[in-house]
Design a protein around this ligand. Sequence first.
Ligand code: TGC
Ligand code: FAD
Length: 392
Amino acid sequence: MARDQFQSPDYVNLDELLTEEHLMVRDAVRNYVKQEISPIIEDYAQRAEFPQQIVKQLGDLGCFGPTVPTEYGGGGLDYISYGLMMQELERGDSGVRSTASVQGSLVMFPIYEYGSEEQRRKFLPKLASGEWLGCFGLTEPNHGSDPSSMLTNIKDAGDHVILNGAKMWISNAPYAQVAVVWAKDEAGDVRGLIVERGMEGFTTPTTHGKWSLRASATGELVFDNVKVPKENIFPKVKGLKGPLGCLTKARFGIAWGTIGAAMDCYDVALRYSKERVQFGRPIGGFQLQQKKLAEMVTEITKAQLLNWRVAVLMNQGKATPAQVSMAKRNGCEVAQNICRDARQMLGGMGITGEYPVMRHMMNIESVITYEGTHDIHLLITGMDVTGFNAFK
Ligand code: TGC
Ligand code: FAD
């Protein structure tokens, strides 16, 4: 891949809205991506291999559970810092951001929020440091957008429960030591439990053949009469609001992350347009190319402002899930359009691994689908503004 020369677009001086701490966090992750991710990621993506070394690196950098209190190994940071971290990681690759989103928002957050003190102390420090990797099992082969119909179930067996079922499309699964799994109990209530690698009957087959998110490991979770001690069940939550509450945190990170991918594609296309000469002048001098670049930077700026505002509301504890859905959906759409336009601007070079654009473009096809599809988030906004529920 060509050398990483990334320069962040900041058209309306948004850096002025950030504190010194935010800028420090942002720059630390930006430098990490330049030094450790950009030089290797294209190769891992081409080989469809997960760069396992990033787990410890992301832990050391504080990218796992940045909003979790420091006494459990988290960063004790605010949501702007969290958003900036996700933006910078996805600027490198959506799969790297995925690893951090899952670990922080989908594994550490529920253990912190819904878990017992023993669960917090046993799992959070090891997850924060990257000693352990976690995954989150909600989606099933026949229940994706509609997780309330899940079939995975637990049955009471004294001091433990017996877990049966299967989860599909699970990020980090093949390498995870710990899985946060959502299953129905005998009363039909959704419960969350921590399943540990090595428990008999628990396997994590890898999913092969993805054209997208190739540097992220995806797999299944298969439970065949797995005995899970009752002390591994979350005591503080029952019902679908448990997993959906985690998704709100992760979707917020994706809203920022997707704009990181968009920023990278814009930056690459802008530089290319100044260097690539056709018909005797740089292609950036042609109006059609300028239209693309002008629209890209406009959309990035609007999305940055939306993300920043939602982060402020998150910090104040006032952000609604529907506001987060809007930001996730917007980020994905902006990124998808910018990746596609940037790819065209690079001509034939746009389809090669010399530039990160095609990789980002393919990655966004997953990001626009997971954590709630584009349609699902549109319907959440539709329900919020009309008061009518299109799902039921
Ligand atoms: P519904 O009846 O609307 O809600 C059930 C309960 O949950 C509450 N709730 C939420 N709470 C917190 N955050 C949210 N975002 C929430 N949305 C709803 C709700 O208030 C209610 O609470 P209560 O107290 O009344 O019980 O549920 P529904 O069955 O009608 O479903 C609504 C719908 C379709 C919006 C929901 O099912 C949905 O979001 N579906 C999309 C599924 C999804 O996003 N799956 C993601 C799987 S994980 C993943 O993709 C990880 S990829 C990670 C990576 O690699 O980066
Ligand atoms: P479906 O729900 O079958 O949807 C198919 C189509 O129908 C979509 O276009 C959808 O928008 C549309 N549709 C569905 N319902 C409606 C409706 N009511 N109205 C209008 N249109 C509708 N899940 C996890 O639990 N953990 C993970 O770590 C995880 N990681 C993932 C990683 C990758 C790479 C991918 C691709 C997925 C991952 N997922 C994960 C699963 C992801 O969350 C689901 O793919 C997603 O929620 C959609 O479910 P589905 O694929 O079953 O599609």
